[in-house]
Design a protein around this ligand. Sequence first.
Ligand code: BDP
Length: 677
Amino acid sequence: MKNKVKISILILSLLPLLAWAEDGSRLWLRFSDKPQQSKEIITTHRSPTMDIAEKELASHWNGKPVELRLDKKLKRLKDGYIIQSDKDKICLSAGKDAGLLYAAYHLLRLQQTGVDTENLYIEEIPSYDVRILNHWDNLNGSIERGYAGRSLWKWEELPGKLSPRYQEYARANASVGINATVLNNVNASPQILTGEYLHKVKALADIFRPYGIKVYLSANFSSPKVLDGLPDSDPMNKEVRAWWKNKVKEIYRLIPDFGGFLVKANSEGQPGPQDYGRTHADGANMLADALKPYGGIVMWRAFVYSPTKDDRAKQACLEFMPLDGQFRDNVIIQIKNGPVDFQPREPFNPLFGSLKKTAEMVEFQITQEYLGFSNHLVFLAPLFKEVLDSDTYSDGSGSTVAKITDGTLRPAKVTAISGVVNTGDDVNWCGHHFAQSNWYTFGRLAWNHQLTSEQIADEWIKMTFTPDEAFVKPVKEMMLTSREACVDYMMPLGLHHIFSSNHHYGPGPWEEQLHIRRDWTSRYYHNADAEGLGFDRTKTGSNAVAQYFPPLDDTYGNIVTCPDNLILWFHHVPWKYKMKNGRTMWDELCYRYDAGVKQVREYQKIWDSMQPYVDEQRFQEVQAKLRLHARDAVWWKDGCLLYFQTYSNLPIPYDIERSAYSLEEIKKVRPDIRIYK
Ligand code: BDP
């Protein structure tokens, strides 16, 4: 008895400390734990999803009574909802239970961000039907391009043991409207389709279902051959087609709401229909036919990256345009935002809009493989927005990537958007506290692509840290400028893929002949020589500009009209070429690199002055990350400028800080980064 009293006194005395121990595990879902006054929640019916909505409101909502009303007539809202307040209560109505859950999270977000909830009328319809995360998680627990620990999926424990994190993951996704997830890497192990693994997948699907989340899998095209010894995996082979039909049947028996397959085929050594002289359409259609009776879809990736003599940036269009109109209506072509590979800045992928009779979706990368991993503070909303708002001109002016993919300009049976997610088993989920904002952003934009970066940052900061304007304003400024800062200190003016090729983290413009394939070296992309810098993609070069609709082909193709921020993407520019601001290209390059570094230094100062508003743990963890970030920015600037200077033979402008190391010393730097194998 005495001991018990002692223990409870100890716990009580620790409580204030515990309340301050902030490890980021709660993400943006930091609802107040205050005792609630009014929590009358009225529901029209019961279901597992309704129970969650009701529980969330009962434990966190502080205002008037709330009624959750399922109204089958509201089907036009899809997963959306209406929130309406009157004198005595707030009514949430939707055509589906999931819509009511999203409405509940919306209401809580309003409360958390300090919005007046007295006179509400909100109607929301999501921009995309399928708002899907792509996990590049391997079955051995590692994550390809993952920087936040090991996989969340503990395959060896499933299906018997269920980590509490599965539910927390589902909740976080539902709170921002994400309704789908591909559990395994696009470089897919065939094993995922074995009976043993499908039972594990089912266990996860059962946990995610009440949160409105459907499970999808990456399928390895050779599965029939590898798993069951078929002579081949040729999509025209009847036996192979029957194999997929049976496999799909087996999956739906276990997971009746299974979403479908994501496929990387004939890219970077992955098997595919071309192995048998067939086309992407033949391969995709075979899977689509198997999924069709159950309502499943195929997301077939356009990231085809195989040895070619032509410009790598042209590959997706070259391979997919001849196939337009040949795909089943339950196939969507999943296209990376840019034509090369998730670089800090790329023009939009010219395949968007070029397919007239085939559904297209965007693939973003949330995990910052090319933007400083989980060490650099880079808020991705401006990058995602830049792509979605890009005008492709495919159907005249105003044919933005958003409108091509959301069903406005191309009728699609199902519309979708995907993001390669940055989650891992780190306590704070994403490695960097601010990287959580990118997961959040993907969900919010998938729900409503018209939100601005500023709105998203504002919400996220208030929910994750504090609504105090003294904190919100400077931190928001820091987030909103951070992507451009990253472009500046890594690869400004349209430079791309000059990373050290073995880790994609630090600079490696000097990698000239390391590999057998030219397009695996930085040199292929930057082309520095005595005359200038940049990739000539005009008529005199690879003519990739011709893949863009007029007037963009001319705008990009003409050095005078090409925007400065893409000039080295499309042109080989003389070192002394006069840029729009009157500086020479060389000077502008130097000042851009320098501006990037200065910006990150500024973030360090801003963050330090935010100490009074942040709990100690998160303050220190972000501070430590910013130190790495600043160190890396300097490494990038000095490495790239000293290297390019060996070609330009021009002085670095004298007001720019000098490098403390020689180029040879910088080349030897090995970054201190965590890569999970
Ligand atoms: C590249 C990644 C590689 C992925 C590939 C893909 O480096 O790990 O497998 O993209 O998207 O950027 O398939």
